[in-house]
Write a protein of this length. Structure first.
Length: 232
């Protein structure tokens, strides 16, 4: 059986090159590509690209610069880079879905941005996820939790067909959380276990977290229950 490769680079250096290739292409003032794509400055999409996406990219680039020098790299720099990358990647996937569905964006544009070109035909679209995520927690003191996630009802690690990872929303709190709306932080992860690192001041507090699958085209499944674990 063959599996498709995730189009987003997993290596930190390669992802940095890829996502900045996209940014260079759409931000070049001489070509004004966003206007060519139909996203004029007053539009909501233009605002999302130039604020939400580019702000997350700037945070990632700053973290990458602090991490890049191996001789001066610290554990905090590693954590900051991983958190910034996990925050940026789902936005990058959304940007690709936006461009791929826009008839004004050509395959040449996608290739120049470091993104996959549209298939030439004959491929069935990937269906949205239909199953839930289940999770178990491995406490690894101090301040580290490994989240082992899998398809509901399965004893193996394999993700459902067409799924590339999970979206997780979470909150560290002193009291139980009863509504998913309270889970204001998010992470995207593609390979179990999800490794979460907390601050020393968080020890003994509750990690409240929920999950859902996301397929290769950005479509999402239903949310799991809200899980709870005590930070060691």
């Amino acid at each position: 059986m063959t599996t498709s490769r995730d189009w987003i680079e997993h290596n930190h250096n390669e992802f940095h090159t890829q996502v900045n290739k996209t940014e260079d292409y759409i931000s070049d003032p001489e070509t004004n590509k966003l206007k060519d794509f139909g996203y004029d400055s007053p539009s909501t999409i233009y605002a999302w690209i130039t604020t939400t996406f580019l702000i997350a990219l700037n945070v990632f680039n700053a973290a990458f610069e602090a991490w890049f020098d191996v001789d001066s790299r610290t554990r905090i720099a590693q954590i900051d880079l991983e958190e910034a990358e996990k925050a940026l990647k789902p936005l990058y996937r959304q940007l690709y879905s936006l461009f791929r569905g826009n008839p004004l964006v050509t395959n040449h544009d996608l290739e120049m941005m470091g993104m996959p070109m549209r298939p030439s035909g004959g491929h069935k679209p990937t269906p949205p996820p239909t199953t839930l995520v289940e999770a178990e927690f491995e406490l690894r003191p101090p301040e580290v939790i490994w989240v082992h996630y899998h398809d509901a009802g399965s004893t193996g690690k394999a993700k459902p067909p067409g799924v590339h990872g999970i979206e997780a929303v979470y909150l560290v709190s002193d009291a139980p959380v009863t509504s998913r709306d309270e889970l204001v932080h998010s992470i995207f992860d593609t390979r179990t276990p999800l490794k979460m690192v907390f601050e020393p001041s968080d020890r003994g507090r509750r990690l409240n977290i929920a999950f859902r699958w996301e397929n290769t085209t950005g479509e999402k499944g239903d949310w799991s229950e809200i899980y709870e674990a005590v930070i060691p």
